[in-house]
Ligand binder design. Sequence first.
Ligand code: PEP
Ligand code: MN
Length: 356
Amino acid sequence: MELHLEPLRLPGIDPKRPVVVAGPCSAETEEQVMTTATQLCKKGIKIFRAGIWKPRTKPGGFEGVGTVGLPWMQRVQQELGMLVATEVATPRHVEAALEAGIDLLWVGARTVANPFAMQELADSLRGADVPVLVKNPVNPDLELWIGGLERINGAGITRLGVIHRGFSSYDKKLYRNLPMWHIPIELHRRIPALPIFGDPSHIGGKRELIAPLCQQAMDLGFDGLVVESHCCPDEAWSDAAQQVTPDVLDFILDKLVIREATQSTESLETLRRQIDECDNSILELLARRMRVSREIGLYKREHNMTVVQASRYSEILEKRGAQGVLCGMSAEFMKAVFEAIHEESVRQQIEIMNKE
Ligand code: PEP
Ligand code: MN
């Protein structure tokens, strides 16, 4: 389905990159909202975000203040002249947010992963004239993301954008949510008119990653950023580790290098990012393979077996060589790669076997 899109047209907002949306993960108290918004406003931020309804992984956590927070958002609009944004996940949220005059809505990653919920949201948005940003679904499924956009667009919402907030993974290491940059890049290739916002807070999950992730988003030509900012980040009721003060946010934004790249260097940059991403995956896979190797080492030690089992080694070399050739790589290259991997595996197993 082809999307029918119009520019976001946010009143008073210069569409020059980056369009910044900032504010706390959650609206907590009227005072916290007003203090944070005032500090952000002083730093020139024009769009204030705060979650009123919070999707939480487990029950018992802070699930948002609910509709009592809406008048706080209206104070931000009226007293500071900022636009305000919040997350909607159910038709009731949409109704309350529209009634309160919220300027910009976003749909959260957990909701976008559920087509029934997306259709209900879309139906409740029919006839409304409000811009909507659709986060990527928690799972790395571009079709599901586009499907969500199609549902909202099908309800007549033409001022649409997306937020790249990374993808959930079992193995949380550097990132809270893996960026998998190739997914938003492919989305941009398929729907170039769709504005893309980067969400470094939810990708990184920690403050230190906000600056580099903002820069990466800009280097990829993203249109905007959604950053979590709180007057007292350490005391935040949700996502404390990934929020920065308005002061720090201002510093980060100030240091951003915005490249008005020509088409050719932009695509080179894009391709290089993809290479970086591939290399990261190769590294992670190699590390995983070595962990398995060490476990095999333990097994062999317990069963008094030798480290190198010649028949298994030849089988690996032969099979991988043939698979590689099928994938367009030379047999020599495959042999060199798997010999090197095997050598390191053996070294790791010997280390394990000799451990007391
Ligand atoms: C949020 O923006 O605070 C939020 C809940 O995000 P996500 O849906 O990306 O987890
Ligand atoms: Mn959050």
